[in-house]
Ligand binder design. Structure first.
Ligand SMILES: [Zn+2]
Ligand SMILES: [Zn+2]
Length: 180
């Protein structure tokens, strides 16, 4: 098996967790997890850990944002990128044919810091991906308003909005504001 990122480097057997075998690239530090290995490991943990939003994910490795398509080391199919979302700013690659997953260096650790490593297959689902997209468009929208009102102005508006949203006489406050 060859590394999907380095192309020529041979992957070697490694262990990412207790009972979780991966094929690791000694050059770039990426890990390939065949689908059956993942499920074998996953089945030993009955319940999924709750997502830990406090866990700071490791920043993405700048050297691994390769533009060249990665190929599955097992079946040579093009790997598909899935954005993790939830404040994690990198994508992981999955083979749509055999289901194996490629993690660039430190990505497994970053997901683990957020307790997302035990729900990796959720990231590939349509509901997860549609949530990632709405998260992105909300952030883009916010960015537009931030630029329009300035950092300080935007924060002030946010603060007012939260106060109004939580107020029992919300409608009347809005009506008053609109009356000029
Ligand atoms: Zn490599
Ligand atoms: Zn494959």
């Amino acid at each position: 098996m060859k590394c999907p990122t380095c192309k020529t480097e041979e992957l070697v057997l490694s262990s990412l967790e207790n009972n979780l075998t991966s094929r690791q690239c000694g050059k770039c530090g990426g890990n390939w997890i065949p689908s059956f290995e993942y499920w074998k490991w996953r089945e030993q943990h009955k319940e999924s850990l709750p997502e830990n939003f406090a866990g700071q994910p490791v920043p993405p490795n700048p050297t691994t944002g390769a533009l060249i398509a990665k190929l599955c080391p097992e079946c040579n199919t093009i790997l598909i990128k899935y954005k993790v979302g939830h404040g994690v700013n990198f994508s992981i690659d999955q083979c749509s044919n055999c289901g194996g997953v490629w993690f660039d260096k430190d990505e497994w650790e970053a997901l683990k810091a957020r307790s997302l490593h035990d729900d990796v297959y959720m990231i590939f689902t349509a509901p997860w991906q549609s949530q990632v997209r709405s998260e992105e468009s909300r952030r883009a929208q916010e960015e537009i308003y931030r630029r329009k009102f300035g950092e300080e102005g935007f924060d002030e508006i946010q603060r007012m909005k939260e106060w109004i949203d939580g107020h029992p006489r919300k409608q009347e406050i809005i009506a008053y504001l609109m009356s000029g």
